[in-house]
Design a protein around this ligand. Sequence first.
Ligand code: FAD
Length: 528
Amino acid sequence: MPDRDVLIIGAGFSGLYQLHKLRQLGFDAQIVEAGPQVGGTWYWNRYPGARCDIESIGYSYSFDHELQQEWNWSERYAAQPEILAYLEHVADRLDLRKDITFDTRVQSLVFDDADDCWTATTGNGSTISARFVVAATGCLSKPLTPTFDGLDDFTGDVHWTWDWPAGGADLAGKRVAVIGTGSSGVQTITAIAPVVGSMTVFQRTPTYAVPAQNRRIDEELAELKTHYDDFRAESRLSVGGFPCGDELPPFFEDLDDVRIRSELEVRYGNGGLCFQQSFRDLLQNEEANARAAEYVRNRISEKVDDPAVAEKLTPRTYPIAAKRMCVDTGYYEVYNQDNVALIDVNEQPIRRITPRGILAGDTEHEFDVIILATGFDAMTGALEAIDISHGAQTLRDKWSDGPRTYLGLMSAGFPNLFTVTGPQSPSVLSNMVTSIETHVEWISAALEYLHEHGLTRIEPDVAAEDNWVNTTNDAADMTLLGQAPSWYMGANVPGKPRAALPFVGGVGVYQQILDGVAVTGYHGFELV
Ligand code: FAD
């Protein structure tokens, strides 16, 4: 008999809820977590300015009515310490820690057909067997750590945004370099600009950032709590897992010029990622996309005093929203400071790190601190970091040309192994907490169904999986996603196959597909 009914890997938003849900259903479940405490993303990413870019009222659990009524988010976009405090509170409230083993990384998973169970081996050599495994390992949890020549020779401090020193870093008056201008870079740059002595930003791809319009939300939250459940229900059926207005405007081509302009202005003024839903077909229709992109480009040029710097910061080579957009709080204005410089590494490539700084092009720039905001091996990275095998087949080999899953939940040939917000589910294109709840609840219901029917094994049919892979690829091909060098497509990782990692069909549509599969007795899965 296996040690546990279910082994859950990871103690972030996904793992915590999964443990609670399975306990409620009477399963014996355990979490193994590589870090020293709960929180996942919100434990690791402690860099200055780290905060969510989906509004806190939606970027939080809906499953516990009292928790949702009692918890008070202070700001529209909560900062990292507040989100971490929330997850710690949830762990305490639900008494989750007693079933979590911290500081332990799962290194391999081997499936045994005789017992229908997985054996996990951890970094300290211990083993745990479980009938089912839920990989709640995170979509953005495997950092990309590019090996810049000479990094070890640098005599100043080096900080990675994904592993910021717990006690903070002293940047006051220092000469600071920041490499990377994705979300973490944009947030860090904005937050440290007031304290650094000088800052040089090394940019590869300029980002489209829209204002956060962050603010305290005491009154808004009190009002929302009078009908929070309605808001949550709407989130589950929305495109992005968060309602973006009463109704999405019609397709771009149905709108006249005045309406187009006003839609963009209103959404930009409201702030946040709902801007990318200005038109229902913004990610499909090139003209619609071009109008929204041009709107943001014009706003950038208004904010940056030096036209040459503004031009460098302006994205021109890829469609808006085809790469993760950023939500900013004065990012562009940072470049108006006399002590801030911007280097486009396409013009002046980083040749090496020197003991004193960075050699870019022919110039050595001297720094006291280098901050690396170089992103993640998204969606597949944390899963492929584990040696997952069933007989002669490994998951890494199976996915060598890109991930293959059924519904982003399981992969054929790897029975009893579920992924929360796995590749080919909406995941990173959505409010992740909505998508996490959807998956946790679906997985839990499937396990309950197996238990009630005396079954011990579930695995997707190859044909169902092939169909889903084709569906996700075809859906992505109908969008502009492939035109950006983004981590949505695996383009940020050298050698990673280019494939659309998330399902682009939207949270509401996806939820209906999952519901349909469950009510038909798990159509497309083989249950034994
Ligand atoms: P994670 O929080 O990543 O947790 C996974 C855990 O698994 C980690 O603690 C990790 O240590 C552990 N783990 C991984 N592999 C192993 C292993 N082999 N053995 C043991 N433990 C393992 N999403 C949004 O929707 N909105 C946002 O505003 C937003 N902001 C973000 C900001 C940042 C800086 C980052 C990095 C991500 C952000 N995300 C956002 C995405 C975010 O990752 C998810 O919203 C959510 O936190 C994911 O929760 P999770 O539990 O699935 O994964």
